[in-house]
Design a protein around this ligand. Structure first.
Ligand code: PLP
Length: 413
């Protein structure tokens, strides 16, 4: 990985033909330190958001000790960089072989489940182990999130008590509950509401949870999606935790993905052709721009040109390099109106679910990685030089006033 101060320095030095992932480890460090200072519990980084080795390494170097993994390759990846990391296998549906290897070969002790069948699989494949931490994933109301994850996983409120009881009886170690309010959750109150739902299920089951895992869903900032301050999410969670029926030693966990990495990476792409207000780029839907395509998110963009540019700005749409017509990102992306073939464009805020989603379709997807240390285009951690330009609202954030009162709980390792 080369090092440059800014993307412009890179473009001045050489002409790059492949898309470049511009990575900012310092930004991951800031986010990790913010979460550790503000969240009163244990932080498990959700590896799927960005499994790049530099991300895992930076998190580890900055004190993040636990990782939420969903497959054997993710386990191998984390172990190869941070052999002593604590791993939680939070996918509620695992193959039997994966459960066996996770437990016996990689020392994983924490497993999520949302059915009795999965619980039976975990017990059988670990040889009826008694040292498991069993986390019951519950379905919760996910309105307020840009991506709903509730449809696929989670035991219903109705079926939860029996499963909680079964998990409680299956282990002498930790029995916990988890949920996921949905990704890019714009409403801090969603966490508190979910915790109240979970609490009711625990009361009906007549069991105490040793772990309350509030999952991921913490937002980042994109044009048209300015979320409430992250601090309000922490306040909502801490208040929600206080109001739950838990004992003094109950641990609070979270599994942030997006919020730790979204700001920390962008893509430098080259314009191969301009057709009116459409730019044909060497990066697209099958690369790191999944959300720009399928959710039509208008990511922030910047022209990276060594020279003057028109001060008039025009809305552009982008096409990616493959022959597929779905390889289209409608934007609008606002750029100087003299953008043309040979120009470079930086597309910001692609650190989460960006490079992680890239495929090799049609012979593309080969990306170079370069470290830069300029500021991200937008930041929830106060790192961006200025607010991003206003764009049409994609989602309206509903800010709920919450008490900031919270109480330190004893943490158990
Ligand atoms: C994807 C995922 C996360 C991370 O979600 P973000 O919205 O990126 O914070 C956390 N936990 C689980 C179980 C997930 O599937």
């Amino acid at each position: 990985m080369g090092n440059y101060h800014t993307p412009l320095d890179l473009v001045r030095e050489r002409s790059v033909e492949r898309p470049v992932a511009l990575v900012r480890p310092g930004v991951v460090a800031v986010a990790a330190n913010w979460f550790q200072a503000q969240f009163k519990g244990d932080i498990f980084y959700a590896v799927k958001a960005n499994p790049s080795p530099w991300v895992i390494q930076t998190l580890w170097d900055n004190g993040v000790r636990a990782f939420d993994v969903a497959s054997i390759p993710e386990i191998e990846l984390v172990r190869s960089i941070a052999p002593d990391a604590r791993l939680a296998y939070m996918h509620p549906v695992k193959s039997r072989a994966a459960i066996r290897r996770a437990y016996h070969e990689f020392g994983v002790r924490t497993f999520a489940l949302d059915t009795h069948e999965e619980l039976a699989k975990i017990l059988k494949e670990t040889g009826e182990a008694r040292d498991l931490n069993l986390i019951v994933r519950m379905a919760v109301n996910t309105e307020g999130a840009q991506y709903t994850l509730g449809g696929k996983f989670g035991v219903s409120a109705e079926d939860a008590p029996a499963l909680l009881l079964a998990a409680r009886q299956a282990t002498e170690e930790l029995m916990g509950v988890s949920f996921h309010v949905g990704s890019q959750c714009m409403n801090p109150y969603a966490y508190k509401a979910a915790m109240a739902q979970v609490s009711r299920a625990l009361v009906r089951a007549g069991v105490f949870a040793d772990v309350v895992d509030v999952g991921g869903g913490f937002p980042s900032i994109y044009p048209g999606m300015q979320p409430p301050e992250l601090k309000l999410y922490m306040d909502a969670i801490h208040t929600g935790f206080e109001e739950m029926m838990v004992h003094e030693t109950t641990e609070l966990w979270c599994e942030p993905g997006r919020a730790l990495v979204a700001e920390a990476s962008s893509i430098l792409t080259k314009v191969e052709l301009r057709k009116g207000s459409s730019l044909y780029l060497n990066e697209g839907s099958y690369g790191s721009m999944f959300d720009a395509t399928h959710s039509k998110w208008p990511f922030p963009v910047k022209l990276v040109r060594d020279g003057a540019a028109s001060s008039d700005v025009t809305p552009f749409g982008f096409f990616g390099p493959t022959c597929d017509s779905i390889d289209h990102m409608p934007g609008p992306f606002f750029l100087p109106d003299d953008v043309d073939e040979g120009d470079y464009i930086e597309i910001g805020m692609l650190g989460a679910y960006g490079v992680a989603m890239a495929t090799r379709f049609n012979g593309f997807g080969d990306v170079e990685t370069v470290v830069v240390d300029d500021a991200p285009m937008a930041s929830l951690y106060g790192l961006a030089p200025e607010e991003p330009e206003a764009a049409p609202a994609v989602a309206e954030a509903k800010v709920v006033k919450l008490s900031s009162r919270s109480r330190r709980r004893r943490r158990r390792k």
